[in-house]
Ligand binder design. Structure first.
Ligand SMILES: *Cc1c(COP(=O)(O)O)cnc(C)c1O
Length: 406
């Protein structure tokens, strides 16, 4: 570390960076896609493998409370998103959880046929909604409108409004309180995808009266690649909804081996099959990091980092165009810039240790995870970006070949 940005001196989250395994020479601006490995996680997962699995074997389901791990992990996530204990469970993937909550939401409004979403939603949510609608074959319609048109489309036909709070491309954030209230005024159910919110911005599901929520474990929650996702059901609905995927883990008495399905009461009714204990253990351990931090501090630092990033890029890289809202209150924890050759520039950046990502057709995306980034990192990253643009060093064939994952 050669220099230190003045804002890093009074950063009350500064000590957290040391809790993460950051490879030498890397400035990681992609925590919104795959969070960084916390240093204590490998040891904890190794213990689950060698001690719990290796020695306790089948007994570990009881002796190490594996059976309750989805609920215990859910409660830890709940604290970050304003959800009371017993309303969140960590399970399955976000895509699968979209299927479950959307089905539950539609069952609460059987007389209505419209699923309302927006074109800023992540495609998997829309694909799952389209698949569910076809499977149900009850005449549902999936309406996809522009993000700013959602409000005007809320009418007495809408069964469920299903939105992702923070736009994965631009970082634009929907006003959850306001839109949920308007959805309820129209008699609709509100489903929120918190994939880019959980662990990054302040969320108050209970205060917003959100009906259902889902989100990812591997982004800002740092649970590891393919970590289980989470699912929230409002306490108002917990007794009224059921899962369309009626597996034995959602049964009232899985070990009674009854031939008939009877859902267990509480959030566990949204679980399906045997939980992925190794992946869940990684997510559960990673959440330790959040135990002594206030989401308000995370949000404040996220804004400080992203404001600095925008100012630096606009001062030093006039070739790029801001694709995110300018006002920090309208942004999540990421900033995107458009550039025609954005893919090649991003590859050149990654080759120099600054890791962001690219979303077609021309969006260079930078995520700001306040727990392991400093203001100095931002200044250093933009200096490299400016150098790549000024020298044209991105303009090489090896930076233009698209990989499978961008
Ligand atoms: C990342 C993301 C997903 C990913 O879903 P998986 O099932 O984990 O692949 C879903 N929805 C949104 C809004 C996302 O940003």
């Amino acid at each position: 570390m050669t220099s230190q940005h003045p804002s890093d001196q009074n950063d009350n989250l500064r000590h957290k960076k040391d809790a993460f395994h950051l490879p030498e020479g890397v400035i990681y601006l992609d925590g919104n896609s795959l969070g960084v490995l916390p240093k204590h996680v490998p040891g904890r997962v190794a213990d689950v493998v060698t001690e719990q699995w290796g020695t306790s074997l089948i007994r570990a389901w009881n002796s190490h409370s594996w059976f309750d791990l989805p609920l215990r992990t859910g409660d830890r996530i709940g604290r970050l998103i304003g959800a009371p204990n017993g309303t969140v469970v960590a399970c399955d993937s976000t895509s699968v959880n979209v299927f479950k909550v959307l089905s539950a939401a539609l069952s609460l409004r059987p007389e209505r046929k419209v699923i309302l979403s927006d074109s800023g939603n992540f495609p998997t949510d829309l694909y799952v909604a389209a698949g569910l609608k076809d499977l149900l074959a009850k005449g549902h319609e999936l309406k996809i409108v522009a993000p700013e048109e959602v409000e005007a489309m809320l009418d007495d036909q809408v069964a469920a409004m299903m939105l992702t709070q923070v736009d994965y491309r631009t970082g634009r954030v929907h006003d959850m309180n306001d839109l949920t209230r308007k959805a309820h005024d129209a008699g609709a159910i509100a489903i929120w995808d918190l994939a880019h919110s959980a662990g990054a911005i302040e969320v108050d599901l209970l205060g917003a009266k959100a009906d259902f929520a889902i989100g990812c474990g591997y982004k800002y929650l740092n649970g590891g690649p393919g970590a289980p996702a989470f699912l929230y059901v409002s306490p108002d609905h917990l007794d009224k909804v059921s899962s369309p995927l009626t597996g034995w883990m959602g049964h009232e008495a899985p070990f009674a081996f009854d031939l008939d399905y009877r859902p267990v009461s509480g959030i566990a009714c949204m679980t399906v099959g045997t939980p992925a204990i190794l992946a869940l253990s990684s997510l559960h351990a990673a959440l330790d990091i959040f135990e002594d931090v206030d989401m308000a501090d995370i949000r404040a630092k996220s804004i400080s980092l992203s404001e600095l990033f925008i100012a630096e890029v606009e001062a030093r890289c006039p070739q790029l165009t801001l694709a995110s809202p300018r006002s920090p209150s309208e942004r999540g924890s990421q900033v995107s810039f458009r550039f025609g050759e954005g893919y090649a520039v991003m590859q050149a950046l990654i080759a120099r240790g600054v890791i962001g990502d690219f979303r077609a057709p021309d969006v260079m995306r930078f995520g700001f995870a306040p727990l392991y980034l400093s203001h100095q990192d931002i200044v250093d990253a933009v200096a490299i970006l400016a150098d790549i643009l000024d020298t044209g060093s991105w303009d090489r064939p090896e930076f233009k070949t698209r990989a499978k994952v961008t």
